[in-house]
Ligand binder design. Structure first.
Ligand code: F6P
Length: 320
């Protein structure tokens, strides 16, 4: 393999830059020409790319967002779009592609692999919803951001003896909500994976806590459950506790990556290039039990990641 392309796609995640840097530096160390593709698959279609070298990825390791830009590209979902992307690769001599993103991006990578362009996916999403990997790039940073923000919300909730219902990102997944909820000592946590009667669940946990002397409450709700404004109103009406809703929003996706995300991104970016060097395509890099491994993309996309009921129960048993 003489020339590789790298792109970031889908929702950005802290640590994407560290992964791009690792891809570019690994290519340079192995005398492989490398192209940085701008704005994900959109840039691949329109030919927005430039050759990268060791210096072009200096000073991005610690930065949030993605210096390459990212996009959710509709055009790429059509055969015409994919053929344009393949044509860009052909014109520039790109023989393999590293796709840094989430499952939507991997579906694109697998479609390109099928059409003769070997691709390797690197899981980067704050949602941690890539089933083949214990962790995704950006998840740890986001968890810490959510924890910091909710700690601050707790300060003011405590001062006013209030209840705050917090909505955490994660699309259809509740990993961020549950783990951040444990880290902040939430009174109740609601995630899409664990079916509960939302209103009853929350009120019973608040009443339980109140009986034990608690006066302020944090309720963590996953984006996939939603409805925080209505829930805050309901809680106030049912319990008489003054309540507020807080949707954390896109601040969760920003910020300088943590050590864990920088190291993970570096390992995964490096490993993706090594796979392409061995002639392997249609693979996803992953981390399992602290070891970097890889899976067939189809296999990876068909895996399911669930929330452990015992872990969820533990969160509620230790919160009063
Ligand atoms: O996948 C990451 C994520 O931040 C989800 O948690 C959220 O549902 C979605 O992206 C938001 O996407 P957008 O930034 O396109 O609105």
């Amino acid at each position: 393999m003489k020339t590789i392309g790298v792109l970031t796609s889908g929702g950005d995640a802290p640590g994407m830059n560290a992964a791009v840097r690792a891809v570019v530096r690994t290519c340079c160390a192995n005398n492989i020409k490398v192209f940085a593709i701008k704005r994900g698959y959109a840039g691949l279609i329109s030919g927005q790319l430039e050759q990268a070298d060791v210096n072009s990825v200096s000073d991005i390791l610690y930065k949030g967002g993605t210096a390459l830009g990212s996009a959710r590209c509709k055009e790429f979902q059509s055969e015409d779009g994919m053929q344009k992307a393949i044509e860009t690769c052909r014109k520039n001599g790109i023989e393999g592609l590293v796709v840094i993103g989430g499952d939507g991006s991997f579906r694109g990578a697998s479609a390109l692999s099928e059409r003769g362009l070997p691709c390797v996916g690197v899981p980067a999403t704050i949602d941690n919803d890539i089933a083949c990997s214990d962790y995704t790039i950006g998840y740890d940073t986001c968890l810490n951001t959510v924890m910091d923000m909710v700690d601050k919300i707790s300060d003011t909730a405590k001062s006013h003896d209030r209840c705050t219902v917090v909505e955490v990102m994660g699309r259809d997944a509740g990993f961020l909500t549950l783990n951040a909820g444990i880290a902040v000592g939430a009174t109740a946590i609601v995630v899409p994976e664990i079916k509960v009667h939302v209103k009853e669940h929350i009120i019973s946990h608040i009443e339980n806590s109140r009986e034990k002397g608690k006066k302020h409450f944090i309720i963590m709700i996953a984006e996939g459950v939603g409805g925080v404004e209505a829930l805050a109103e309901y809680i106030e009406e049912k319990t008489g506790i003054e309540s507020r809703a807080s949707i954390l929003g896109h601040v969760q996706r920003g910020g300088s990556p943590t050590v864990r995300d920088r190291v993970l991104a570096s390992e995964m970016g490096y490993s993706a290039v090594k796979l392409l060097m061995q002639g392997m395509g249609n693979r996803v890099v992953a981390i399992k039990k602290d070891e970097i491994v890889n899976y067939d993309i189809y296999e990876a996309l068909n895996m399911k990641k669930t929330i452990d009921q015992a872990f969820y129960n533990m969160a509620h048993e230790i919160s009063i």
